[in-house]
Design a protein around this ligand. Structure first.
Ligand SMILES: Cc1cc2nc3c(=O)[nH]c(=O)nc-3n(C[C@H](O)[C@H](O)[C@H](O)COP(=O)(O)O)c2cc1C
Length: 268
């Protein structure tokens, strides 16, 4: 049980933990203090009690690092809307990469951001496979193109086949790394999309470019052979992106249609 109790030397009896998680914490009337109830698997380990205790009095173990920085209380002070909006709107799918590997420490920064993505019921079952071997990326790309040809997908197959003949990779665009998110949990589809989106935004902040590769996702999800024998993955594949240093520049943000929205008129 990673949440293990209350440090009474720090506890100021404010009741916040009780309101955050009435399963783990309750008030003992006789002792007139908050007590910790081991809920036996009733805790989803999202750590809100740790994060919301003003006096850092929740005892825990094996949960990993707790970050403590002033802006955690008010994240909007870190990035103003205008900056965030520009950052997000300038995020492009990158389809050309420098012939340069991303250092492990930088990839680790991206992965470190991905771990803060929310997951349903805080169930943390996602796994990530990073393929950086050119020969394996080529094999994967070939299997995607072969699958497109086999399914006679007219939009892509012909072009991809012709491009392959002249050594141009229209699946991964010669990216130095392909990141595949997968798991054995059948409910991880949405979780993985959010995690990869966190990763892509984090990557952009580090000067990296990324692109979703739905074509490879489709083939990896459908073919056990490609998944296990080429990518070395067991379980379900939920998403695929490329990652590397961009060799493409965008001078402006292209226009995008607005979402179709209902309910705005009801707002002031
Ligand atoms: C789910 C998904 C799958 C995608 N699959 C591919 C793909 O297989 N190959 C590719 O080149 N781009 C792929 N893209 C990128 C889209 O084409 C791109 O996001 C869209 O054209 C908008 O361009 P932007 O990302 O530069 O704004 C995919 C994007 C998403 C969200």
């Amino acid at each position: 049980m990673p949440i293990i109790g209350i440090d009474y030397e720090k506890c100021n009896d404010c009741n916040i933990c009780l309101t955050v998680c009435p399963r783990l914490f309750s008030r003992d009337k006789e002792q007139d203090k908050i007590v910790f109830n081991d809920p036996q698997n009733g805790c989803n380990l999202d750590g809100r009690c740790i994060a919301m205790c003003p006096s850092d009095a929740i005892l825990h173990e094996d949960l990993g690092e707790v970050l403590s920085f002033k802006a955690a209380q008010n994240p909007s002070t870190l990035i103003p809307y205008e900056t965030m909006h520009k950052f997000m709107s300038a995020k492009r799918s990158i389809r050309g990469f420098k012939n340069k590997k991303v250092p492990r420490a930088v990839i680790e920064q991206v992965l470190n951001s991905m771990k803060y993505a929310p997951t349903g019921a805080n169930i943390r079952t996602l796994e990530c496979t990073i393929i950086s071997d050119k020969a394996i990326i080529k094999k994967l790309s070939d299997s995607v193109i072969d699958a497109l040809i086999a399914t006679n997908s007219p939009n892509y197959a012909e072009g991809a086949k012709k491009a392959r003949e002249i050594g141009f990779d229209t699946i991964f665009y010669s990216a130095p790394h392909v990141m595949i998110i997968h798991s054995t949990n059948p409910n991880d589809s949405m979780n993985s999309t959010i995690a990869l989106t966190y990763g892509m935004l984090s990557a952009q902040s580090l000067g990296l470019g990324t692109c979703w590769i739905g074509l490879a996702h489709g083939v990896l999800a459908a073919s056990k052979e490609v998944r296990e024998k080429i990518a070395g993955i067991k379980g379900k594949v939920w998403g695929v992106i490329t990652i590397g240093y961009p060799a493409q520049k965008f001078f402006r943000v292209p226009p995008r249609p607005s979402l179709k929205i209902k309910g705005l008129d009801e707002l002031d």
